[in-house]
Design a protein around this ligand. Structure first.
Ligand SMILES: Nc1ncnc2c1ncn2[C@@H]1O[C@H](COP(=O)(O)OP(=O)(O)OP(=O)(O)O)[C@@H](O)[C@H]1O
Length: 251
């Protein structure tokens, strides 16, 4: 029996005559932290775009929570429980931290008439907003204008926004990009905490973070997965070492 929350089968994507994704099979377990690594141009972003609905597969299957979702829109996937945070910070820079999170909390409810009729709605939104503020340790910054915070704090805010829809699967695209080593370690710990009980798929270039955070790692090279396994298995995998041409995969 397949107990994965996300299953990818023989996924292919071509841009014109060039096949970029060349038959990928991948399973994401319901509460695992799974990293996707690979050399530049391997197709990591393309795979994320396919999973999150930003690109339509040329062929193959993407099964989320038992349902074939390849080609569904990002909005539909988000409603089903898949949330993606982008490399580019997508917060409202002129709004406060609190307002940013509150807007994200309200989003899933926007079409539910029964919710807006409820007298408790404001209390519920406030409660959820405050819980998220606390989870990402931004309580003391609630009234700060988001665009004026340090870059790493903006990433924390973005993580809160991603969590607001209470997703089963979270896709994080290079969440540590542009951070100092200390900020990266802090953010990795935050990600570990807030994704507990959910499935996480992460693309990240910082190998220290990848190897300490992940339960499993998949290695993509020229649009094909050459290995999936625990950090130890990947560290000792001959094809992975070859693909990185002697680069140090992890200490
Ligand atoms: N829309 C597109 N049209 C044509 N080719 C594309 C398109 N998007 C990506 N590609 C090509 O697909 C290949 C994989 O790109 P992708 O960005 O997915 O790799 P990546 O592993 O995320 O790389 P990086 O680590 O540098 O971010 C590259 O050769 C890229 O030029």
């Amino acid at each position: 029996m397949n107990d994965s929350v996300l299953s990818i089968r023989d996924l292919r994507k071509s841009f014109g005559p060039i096949e970029i994704m060349r038959g990928v099979d991948l399973d994401l377990r319901p509460t695992e932290r799974h990293a996707l690594i690979g050399p530049n141009g391997a197709g990591k972003s393309t795979l994320f775009h396919l999973i999150s609905g930003n690109l339509t597969p040329t062929s193959g299957e993407i099964i989320f929570d038992g349902r074939q979702v390849g080609g569904e829109s990002p909005e539909t996937l988000n409603r089903l429980g898949l949330a993606r945070s982008f490399q580019i910070t997508n917060i409202f820079p002129k709004l406060s931290v609190y307002e940013n999170i509150r807007l994200a909390v309200m989003r899933p409810y926007r079409l539910q008439y029964s919710f807006w009729k409820s007298v408790n709605r404001l209390a519920r939104v406030r409660e959820e907003t405050e819980k998220l503020l606390e989870q990402v340790r931004l309580n003391s910054q609630a009234s700060t204008i988001a665009g004026e915070m340090a870059y790493s704090e903006q990433r924390s805010l973005e993580i809160a926004i991603t969590l607001a829809s209470n997703p089963k699967v979270i896709l994080l695209d290079e969440p540590m990009a542009g951070m100092s080593h200390e900020e990266a370690l802090y953010t990795a710990e935050l990600i570990r905490e807030v994704t507990s009980g959910r499935a996480l798929m992460i693309v990240e270039h910082d190998m220290d973070v990848v190897f300490s955070l992940s339960d499993r790692i998949s290695v993509l090279v020229y649009g094909q997965l050459i290995a999936t396994g625990t950090p130890d298995e990947i560290r000792n995998n001959k094809s992975v070492k070859e693909a990185y041409l002697g680069e140090e995969v992890a200490q």
